[in-house]
Design a binder for this molecule. Structure first.
Ligand SMILES: NC(=O)c1ccc[n+]([C@@H]2O[C@H](COP(=O)([O-])OP(=O)(O)OC[C@H]3O[C@@H](n4cnc5c(N)ncnc54)[C@H](OP(=O)(O)O)[C@@H]3O)[C@@H](O)[C@H]2O)c1
Length: 225
């Protein structure tokens, strides 16, 4: 049931992904217009990225701290497009049930507080509880396909959530927009982060296309072997 998953990212030539630096160089709208060509019906980001760019600034504070435990999938509504947040502990607060018109689905673990799920329910936000201690991504994407009919999912960072999807064997393609610039700073997130340190060889890819875009930007597409 799981959707086809394409990791779509913007990076400097040294693989760093912090938007503030890259946005100075990338022609406006380039990330979005290449992403649109991939024709996903949903996009997903890790908790940090959602917190930085899309969620409310103030985090959720549970009144009871009672853990939700296993719960059935809550489908607030079916939609044409979805925005998906992967948030282990149920920390993020949301102004609305949509992000730019895409219906929001929050994926949490069983450690999320039950009043967090009640808050999502009251706001007509859909949710999936998957995994006891941490989010079980394999099960979550299967449920996204089964309950929401998602067929093509764009994995849009940051590096840690991308690394976790890749390590679980859940990335089918990589779509990388390489900006003609070097970041070079220490401790800046990269396209794939946090993979098993015992890894002895790189994940192998097959190049499927190279497109030269505006202002010397390269759009590279690979299939994961
Ligand atoms: N250039 C681009 O295309 C692009 C795109 C997106 C983001 N970014 C940048 O990337 C940076 C953030 O990247 P990041 O790597 O620090 O954070 P991230 O990947 O956005 O989020 C990582 C967080 O997701 C949560 N998570 C839930 N389940 C997980 C799992 N199974 N495996 C891993 N993480 C899981 C964890 O937080 P909890 O356990 O607390 O839930 C984890 O710390 C920002 O600077 C952002 O602007 C760039």
């Amino acid at each position: 049931m799981r959707p086809y998953i394409i990791c779509h990212m913007l990076s400097s030539i040294d693989g760093r992904i912090e938007g503030g630096v890259l946005n100075e160089i990338i022609p406006g709208g380039e990330y979005e217009s290449t992403g649109a060509k991939l024709k996903g019906d949903a996009w997903v980001c890790g908790r940090t990225t959602m917190q930085l760019h899309f969620a409310e600034k103030k985090l959720f504070a549970s009144k009871t701290s009672k853990k939700a435990g296993p719960r059935p999938v809550h489908v607030a509504r079916r939609a044409r497009n979805y925005a998906i947040s992967i948030d282990t502990h149920g920390k993020l607060r949301w102004a609305d049930s949509d992000i730019d018109g895409d219906h929001l689905i929050c994926v949490v673990s069983e450690r999320a507080p039950e009043d967090y799920l009640a808050m999502l329910h009251a706001k007509d936000i859909s949710y999936i509880v998957s995994g006891k201690q941490s989010v079980n991504l394999t099960k979550a994407v299967d449920l996204l396909g089964r309950y929401f009919g998602i067929k093509k999912l764009l994995l849009e960072g940051g590096g840690n959530i991308n690394g976790a999807f890749l390590q679980e064997g859940l990335v089918d393609e990589v779509s990388l927009l390489v900006v003609p610039g070097i970041d070079g700073r220490h401790d800046i997130p990269t396209v794939f982060d946090g993979m098993n340190p015992k890894l002895t060889s790189a994940v192998r890819l097959k190049l499927t296309s190279i497109t030269r875009r505006k202002k010397d930007t390269l759009w590279l597409r690979y299939k994961v072997k």
